[in-house]
Write a protein that binds this ligand. Sequence first.
Ligand code: SAM
Ligand code: SF4
Length: 391
Amino acid sequence: MFNFTATPPLSLYIHIPWCVRKCPYCDFNSHEARDEIPEAAYIEALIADLEQDLPAIWGRSIETVFLGGGTPSLFSPEGIDRLLCDIRARITLKPDAEVTLEANPGTADHARFQGFREAGINRLSIGIQSFQPDLLQEIGRIHNGNEAIAAVEAARQAGFDNFNLDLMFGLPGQTAQQALLDLQTATELGPTHISWYELTIEPNTWFHRHPPQRPDDNTLWEMQQAGRTLLGAAGFERYEVSAYAREQQQCRHNINYWQFGDYLGIGAGAHAKITDAATQTICRTSRIKHPRGYLDNAHTAKRISTTTTLATGDVILEFAMNALRLDQGFSPSTFNATTGLSYTVIENIVNQGIADGLLELDRDMIRTSPRGQRYLDELLQQWMPKTTQHA
Ligand SMILES: C[S@@+](CC[C@H](N)C(=O)[O-])C[C@H]1O[C@@H](n2cnc3c(N)ncnc32)[C@H](O)[C@@H]1O
Ligand code: SF4
């Protein structure tokens, strides 16, 4: 069924699973660092982990690296330097590779940022969430608004001219005016990219057990429209549900996910997706989630990851879940190149989406319509595996 003539671009994700404190809304694989972080042991485990995957990507080079978490800025610059050197000794990073590190304003200062830069990090993603002290306290952040601004300034002084700021909206008791003020402040700090996420209440979080009062759906929708206009006027164009960038400054690492590219994922709980043109398969692997179990087993013969070969229906759904988030959508040829499947396999689903007003066609690009963006779950329902559609 699959017919790959080449493999898609390849990225590397590295998961650092510790934070100073667990935020009440967060369901990422992040753990409060009660004792000292076993940084050196974890770096060794990451390298052992990478080595296990080398045969699967032999001869391919890496376009982007993303150190995410958790809070990677808790690691020392020396640790990050060693990690990147050890990685470079084993796989080829493209000369222009984008190398991003996630930072929490409560864990970084000028010297640390400078060290990260010298280690080869060329893009930062700073978790601001809001600049307003009462809201920051409400969502359990370890920093206040002034510290968030100081962190951004420290990053700039350390020479980072390519950085993202993460903000959230729909926070407990937040007004539209407050959300817009946060965006305004963020744009004035000179980022190249802003990720503007709507707060979601995830299972297994403190907020799920103690739900906060959030703005109602209509207010959220209005907030989103006004925010998008503000960001557009400040030169940030939306290219994905929550991602806004200045011209040519989109996050290449995330774009590779959304275009259904390949990625290695190392670290506790990390996922990977690798296409093998020789066997005509796409495999997904996931690592042991808990840092303790990961550390204990990374060097042993015991497997730290499980691998699944994706069936056609899963590939189609996963492609849609990613590509339909991008404002530009996808072309039939991208579908064919990244899934190895003929476009005819999804033609009926696309036509149904267009008939329902959930998709639209612009020349050869198929993309989510404004109605589809509002009812994304309904749209994705149409892409769920059904034997008759995905045979
Ligand atoms: C892994 S965290 C980033 C870095 C760092 N850990 C921090 O929080 O400062 C990724 C981002 O996801 C967003 N996020 C996390 N949980 C969320 C939720 N429940 N709803 C919306 N956005 C969320 C936040 O904006 C956060 O900065
Ligand atoms: S600091 Fe970031 S990763 Fe850690 S708990 Fe908070 S939002 Fe999650």
